[in-house]
Design a protein around this ligand. Sequence first.
Ligand SMILES: Nc1ncnc2c1ncn2[C@@H]1O[C@H](COP(=O)(O)OP(=O)(O)OP(=O)(O)O)[C@@H](O)[C@H]1O
Ligand SMILES: [Mg+2]
Length: 445
Amino acid sequence: MSKARILIVDDEKNIIKSLKSALGREGYSTVGAESGEEALEKIDQAQYALVMLDIKMPGIDGIDTLKKIKQLQPELLVVMMSAHSTIETAVTATKLGAFNVIEKPFDLDKLLIIIDNALQYQKLQKQVSSLKDNVARKYQMVGQSATMQNLFHQIERAAPTESWVLVSGENGTGKELVAWGIHHKSRRREGPFIRVNCAAIPNDLIESELFGHEKGSFTGAFERKSGKFEQADGGTLFLDEVGDMSLSTQAKVLRALQEQEIERVGGPIIKVDIRVVTATNKNLAEEIKKGNFREDLFYRLHVIPIEVPPLRDRVADIPLLIDHFVAIQEAEGGIRRKTFTAEALERLKQHSWPGNVRELKNTVERLLIMVRGDNVTLNDIHTYLPDLSAPKDKSLKEILEEQEKSIIISVLKKNNGNVNQTAIQLKLDRSNLYRKLRSFGIETG
Ligand SMILES: Nc1ncnc2c1ncn2[C@@H]1O[C@H](COP(=O)(O)OP(=O)(O)OP(=O)(O)O)[C@@H](O)[C@H]1O
Ligand SMILES: [Mg+2]
């Protein structure tokens, strides 16, 4: 990989020359500019990773050039150089967005370290911002239906408070997105969002997982480890599948939540500052009745209840969700986008979606991969999703009729279209069978 390109701005030709050769030896490619004006022109014409900028120059000086650079390209790294740098100019330059100020004459090794740090810093910044984009995409919630607008409203209301929220809803409805939405719109947004899947942690590990442990506190504790409660300090702790916690864990968690302090296994008691958001697909009231969930814990957790509606109650959002998932597949999986025909969309709207949005997401992914053309048609849906269950708005009578029809057809086929034979086998009156065949529009021999 070729090294970064650096613009050196100084009214003294000698400085440019010596910096060019020093940086060139390190593998950087360099371009010189003898004034602020020239520098701005060069920045406009080509991309640089970093600018070395002299403060004292005739014409527009370094500070003014810096201001202009930050207007044009706020992300561009600028290292200021000065022969008589005062604390004051250093402070001004830093406030204006300079990465660093170095004194002339410079110690070359020090200079190289500063440049290296600056570039590393920039690299990390880029990584962080791309990770943030990924997270934002992953957690983006779409929906225009009244049901979803109502949900968004509840999130907006709950988020800025410090109150604890219990998110409930069927599998795959988007409970995790709601939990993250609450964190992201809260005052704790810059703090951590730590998810604990209560159903996935074995009982004997849960204490150490949640509260951490000291080195050597039990066999296998080779290192000190911080627990999820501690990691969430200053942010939001998301206890997912909270209905699956064992009673003994519930007791420990309740204590930690009440006191907002935790005890590392084999270690000290630590204060933590956390907001708790929980999610469950169980009916906790029922679980309490059955003796599986502590009532006192329930009352602590469900200060603000938010119910995420199943997808079948917001089918109007299905086309929008499909667009969203198509875009995600294109951006992340490099899968070419396709258009769903109106009939295909209609069919998908009729499905009952027991797996909710997650099922829809997987369905879209499957169709994008399997279907060849640019369009996803009703036919493709029949081909690739034969197991889509009965549309939800059919009556029992219609469903039974459909089944009856398909049974009759298959028996009729087995009997090579012989109606008598079929009637005997199905223990039906011959005239009755004829009537059914006519009403189903089935032609016989
Ligand atoms: N409104 C929405 N907009 C976009 N994507 C969504 C929406 N709701 C859910 N999803 C997506 O559907 C999937 C399931 O969502 P999520 O994991 O939040 O569901 P869940 O309710 O926590 O499910 P489970 O109970 O199975 O844990 C995720 O991939 C999520 O990104
Ligand atoms: Mg979940």
